[in-house]
Design a protein. Structure first.
Length: 328
């Protein structure tokens, strides 16, 4: 397969990048972290993920999104996995996270790992591995995942409101990514994750029906695409889903950039990529070159994202159950 050839030639560079990033940030993450304490850890996660994705390939998108949402709040610490308690509404109860799904994959992997090597592998590491393996299972790119994350104990629903929003403009998006140590290139590359998955009609209702409060449509949307979206989504529809990459929403490819260039990106944040010189140039490059560097670039940006604000050493804990702190 072309995608396998394309990514395999870059694996050595990606491995080097992963090592350099971990060292440069002073983190204790490393490739093969569980080699002695749980040697089959990565194989177990890969197997569990493959079992689920083979039955429900559409889970790849929300699992990738779950990892992104986890890392952008308190770092990649598995806090997105914690359940709400009587005294606290957790991140997964926050509005941007209500549509996330696939928690059962993480739980299944954790159960298998606890049986093989109890109390060793963190939920944060499991999520990072599952996101990678799920994308690879649908013939997306592969990237090395340095391990050694520990699980955070704090998860607050309101903090989810700080996530990059689908209605964000380019300045807001650039600032949010920069605050996490990610570049403008990382922004446009990781936005390419919208090549898979779906969204609720309610997310784009204002863009379609009341963009400026006068019953109008966002003028940056392709006028020929608007009738199609309106045929799918009524103004008050809160349950229907629409594909982010129509006709290709289960295939990891460069068509997202083709859609954005045609002004058919589903979200305002997608359209915003044309409002910056650097992001616009990248959109045009991938659209016109059939994604010549997209897989490699995505892999590189995922390595960087996966190391945001990680807990290592004696910080945090290794949860016994991903939805519960050990002493909650």
């Amino acid at each position: 397969m072309a995608y396998q050839k394309r990514i395999s030639s870059h694996v050595p560079q990606l491995l080097l990048l992963a090592l350099v990033l971990a060292c440069a940030n002073g983190y204790d993450l490393k490739l093969g972290f569980y080699q002695k304490t749980c040697p089959k850890a990565e194989a177990i996660v890969e197997s569990v993920t493959a079992d689920h994705i083979s039955v429900a390939p559409s889970l790849a998108a929300p699992l990738l999104r779950m990892h992104f949402h986890d890392c952008f709040i308190r770092g990649c610490d598995g806090s997105i996995l914690l359940d709400s308690t009587k005294n606290n509404q957790a991140e997964k109860a926050g509005p941007p996270n209500l549509s996330l799904r696939g928690y059962q994959v993480i739980d299944a992997a954790k159960t298998a790992l606890e049986k093989a090597c109890p109390g060793v592998v963190s939920c944060a590491d499991i999520l990072a591995l599952v996101a990678r393996d799920a994308v690879y299972q649908i013939k997306g790119p592969y990237w090395p995942v340095p391990l050694g994350r520990r699980d955070g104990r704090i998860s607050i629903a309101l903090e989810s409101l700080t996530l990059p929003a689908p209605f964000g403009n380019i300045d807001q998006l650039k600032a949010q990514f920069a605050s996490k140590g990610l570049s403008v290139k990382d922004l446009v590359v990781l936005s390419g994750g919208h090549t898979i998955g779906t969204s609720l009609c309610s997310t784009i209702a204002i863009r379609l029906y009341n963009f400026t409060g006068k019953g109008d449509t966002d003028p940056t949307l392709d006028s020929e695409y608007v009738p199609y979206l309106k045929s799918k989504c009524s103004p008050t529809d809160k349950t229907t889903i629409v594909e982010m990459d129509p006709g290709s929403f289960r295939t990891f490819d460069e068509r997202f950039y083709t859609n954005v260039l045609k002004r058919r990106g589903l979200f305002q944040s997608d359209a915003a990529l044309l409002d910056d010189k650097e992001t616009s140039a990248y959109v045009k490059l991938q659209a016109q070159s059939h994604g010549s560097t997209f897989f490699e670039d995505f892999a590189e940006s995922m390595v960087k994202m996966g190391q945001i604000g990680v807990l290592t050493g004696s910080a945090g804990e290794i949860r016994k159950h991903c939805g519960l702190n050990n002493y909650s």
